[in-house]
Design a protein around this ligand. Structure first.
Ligand code: ARG
Length: 396
């Protein structure tokens, strides 16, 4: 039962082997689709590898602009950090890839789509849940989950079948990278006590010794400029990564809870994501009204969980985003970040809509704060505890 299948092709070992394996085992006609999500790899070479592995067609889709404007911008607006730390590097790219995959399958008259996710990870959820939300009847094939090959088996299969792969048998790491950062797991990292060797890092190798400052401009919560120069979000992100990364700041070493129930040790490099979220959150400190800010802070972890769990295309993510979007109306202004080896800190912020009022806040000059109002306010604020103490005896 040979089917025409569009495979999300990464160019790596598993999806290269999958091209041939699906053809051999299932008689599939495989169309490889490689998505450019800013991983900085040569995707024309990847396309050639897919053809060499036996794909009937191979295409590259540049998704960087839509990844930035439709996925990273809402993530920044939501200050999205899963378990308070992980900026959803892999989680945010899956929905944009799946959307293109489903679209390609329709355009090319394919019968099914396929992915190279393993059965142990979160990405299978993100692929399949998103695909079913976009095309409820789509057939989804998962060769890697079915074939039961170890990494060594897959390498052997590739060698035996003359499938060109770029991995070395002695490279133990599984790496996923895109515009938003880099995720590394496996190898010695599987011992959570063990310090990650320097070789796992790529974007945050220290090469800057001087301190420097960058200024990020925001409009309604979206980064729109760097040091006063307007540019598209994907460019802000890549330039911030290029300047902050060499300070060595932006590393995350964490044991995280996967949705499939296991804990995993992950190393992330996300200098741009962490710097932009820090800057954005700070600008919100200046521009959001107090109760809005507090309510938003409660919803942010939920937004991150929903996206981590694969529910990008879901009514809850849409509803949360509607709330977040309404809070971003006044989040316009600039934030100064001071970067130096191992640090990147907000040192200044300004906004035409800032709610900070010098005349109310100052201790230096005659101010506009009505000090006389404070006495009554404070009395009533403490009235209930005062009554409690009077009736039941003073607090101990
Ligand atoms: N744990 C992260 C997530 O589920 C990253 C997964 C991909 N990591 C990797 N090194 N291949 O989003």
């Amino acid at each position: 039962m040979g089917k025409r299948v569009v495979l999300a092709y990464s160019g790596g070992l598993d999806t290269s082997v999958a091209v041939r394996w699906m053809s051999e085992q299932w008689g599939s006609e495989v169309i490889a689709l490689a998505a450019d999500v800013g991983q900085g790899e040569d995707l024309e070479a990847a396309r050639q590898r897919a053809l060499a592995a036996g794909a009937v067609e191979a295409h590259v889709a540049d998704l960087r602009a839509e990844l930035a404007s439709e996925f990273l911008a809402p993530a920044i607006a939501a200050n999205a950090l899963y378990e308070n730390r992980y900026p959803l590097i892999s989680s945010l790219t899956r929905p944009v890839i799946v959307r293109r995959l489903v679209q390609a399958a329709e355009e090319m008259g394919a019968d099914a789509i396929a992915h190279g996710c393993t059965g142990k990870g979160n990405d299978q959820l993100r692929f399949e849940v998103a695909a079913r939300a976009l095309a409820p009847d789509v057939e989804i094939l998962s060769p890697v989950r079915e074939w039961g090959l170890t990494r060594a088996d897959a390498i052997e299969y590739a060698v035996e079948h003359d499938i060109p792969v770029t991995v070395r048998a002695d490279n133990p790491y599984s790496i996923d990278q895109n515009l938003w950062g880099r995720a590394v797991e496996c190898g010695v990292l599987e011992d959570p006590w063990r310090q990650p060797p320097e070789e796992v890092f790529a974007q945050t190798r220290v090469s800057t010794t001087e301190a420097f400052e960058i200024t990020v401009g925001f409009e309604q919560g979206v980064p729109i400029s760097l040091d006063g120069e307007a540019m598209p979000l994907e460019q802000v992100v890549s330039q911030v990564a290029a300047s902050v990364g060499p300070t060595g700041w932006g590393r995350i070493d964490m044991v995280e809870n996967r949705r499939v129930g296991i804990k995993t040790r992950e190393i992330y490099e996300a200098p741009a994501a962490l710097a932009l979220i820090a800057a954005h959150r700070d600008l919100e400190g200046l521009t959001l009204e107090r109760d809005v800010a507090h309510e938003k802070a409660r919803l942010e972890p939920r937004w991150a969980e929903v996206v981590y769990d694969g529910y990008w295309f879901s009514p809850l993510r849409e509803a949360l985003d509607a709330f977040v979007a309404s809070t971003q109306r006044w989040v316009t202004g600039e934030v100064r970040l001071l970067c130096a080896p191992g640090r990147c800190d907000v040192v200044g912020r300004r906004s035409p809509h800032g709610l900070y009022d010098y005349d109310l806040a100052t201790y230096d000059a005659e101010d506009a704060f009505r000090h006389q109002d404070a006495a009554g306010f404070v009395r009533l604020w403490g009235l209930s505890t005062e009554m409690w103490a009077k009736k039941q005896g003073p607090a101990t």
